[in-house]
Ligand binder design. Structure first.
Ligand code: PLP
Length: 285
């Protein structure tokens, strides 16, 4: 695999980052994952904008312009022959001379930028979309700025392990009695013609797929309610689903052991998946 590190395209085993890098020592870095379908980037602009917002919130700057970033994405996709897959991008505050809690001087410590691809043939034809996934609920024990897409992923990683040990596929996190989001996705339920998902705030990541799917849902004359909801309310719904750049729209068929509807993917969720994939492929760059 060819990867990108600080200006160079290199074979992955030659790519190196300092042990003093702030992301390695303090998770002081942000990331984005953009999907590739048919060799093209899905919603690149959305991801580039959110990246800039994450950087701004952390007083970090990008070492590349948005135009350069797009070119690096395209070059990596081409160099690695990716038809369907993902591009992972990470920018960190860089590697100062020594470990220190205080942010280093941005004049002397430049940010680190790393990109690599993941080859996922048939990404959009995931078998999981046909069966749906099972989720469990867990406490949301993350920090308070979940709107910033940082590389602090230990708790979401633990959440996935809790799900796996419980025989489920993922976990929905709950805070003060209400669902925030999935470990790496936004969470929704459908009742009648209405889609319910938590409103945007610092409590959840502002999903790029979420924004697109809610737009398509409204265009398809579905009602969208952005508000808090409980696990019990979702268990009583007709359908449920999650969204993320890598899973698109994925039906949820079971929540904490309670099957939704007849326990198979809901028609509305499947329809939204189809619309999302069709429209995103058309707009891909
Ligand atoms: N919420 C969390 C916590 C995530 O980690 C992600 C994606 O990684 C999402 C939601 C979905 O965001 P997007 O649709 O931009 O991939």
């Amino acid at each position: 695999r060819t990867v990108y590190v600080n200006g160079d395209f290199l074979p992955e085993h030659e790519a190196k980052v300092s042990i003093f890098d702030r992301a390695f020592l303090m998770a002081d870095g942000v990331y984005e994952v953009t999907s590739v379908l048919g060799g093209k980037l899905i919603d690149f602009d959305g991801h580039a904008k959110r990246l800039q917002r994450s950087l701004d919130e952390l007083e970090m700057r990008s070492p590349v312009t948005p135009e350069e970033l797009l070119q690096i994405h395209r070059d990596l996709v081409e160099k690695n022959g990716i038809v369907d897959g993902l591009v992972y991008l990470q920018i960190t505050r860089g590697a100062p001379d020594d470990r220190d809690f205080v942010f280093p001087d941005p004049e002397t410590t430049v940010p680190t930028i790393v990109l690599f691809t993941q080859n996922k043939p048939g990404l959009a034809e995931s078998p999981a979309a046909k069966t749906g996934i099972k989720v469990i609920s867990i406490e949301d024990a993350r920090w308070g700025r979940r709107d910033i897409k940082t590389v602090q992923l230990l708790y979401p990683s633990m959440g996935k392990m809790m799900a796996k040990k419980a025989g489920a596929d993922d976990a929905w996190m709950v805070e003060d009695g209400f669902v925030t989001e999935g470990t790496s996705n936004n969470a929704y339920f459908i009742k009648g013609n209405k889609i319910v998902t938590r409103a945007l705030s610092n409590d959840i990541l502002h999903g790029i797929t979420r924004a697109a799917v809610l737009r398509f849902a409204r265009e398809a004359q579905m009602e969208v309610e952005e508000r808090n909801f409980t696990i019990e309310e979702a268990q009583g719904a007709d359908e449920a689903f999650i969204t993320s750049a890598s899973t698109f729209v994925m039906p949820v068929v079971e929540i904490d052991g309670v099957a939704l509807g007849d326990g198979t993917p809901g028609q509305r969720a499947l329809r939204l998946r189809e619309i999302y994939l069709d429209e995103s492929r058309k707009a891909a760059i």
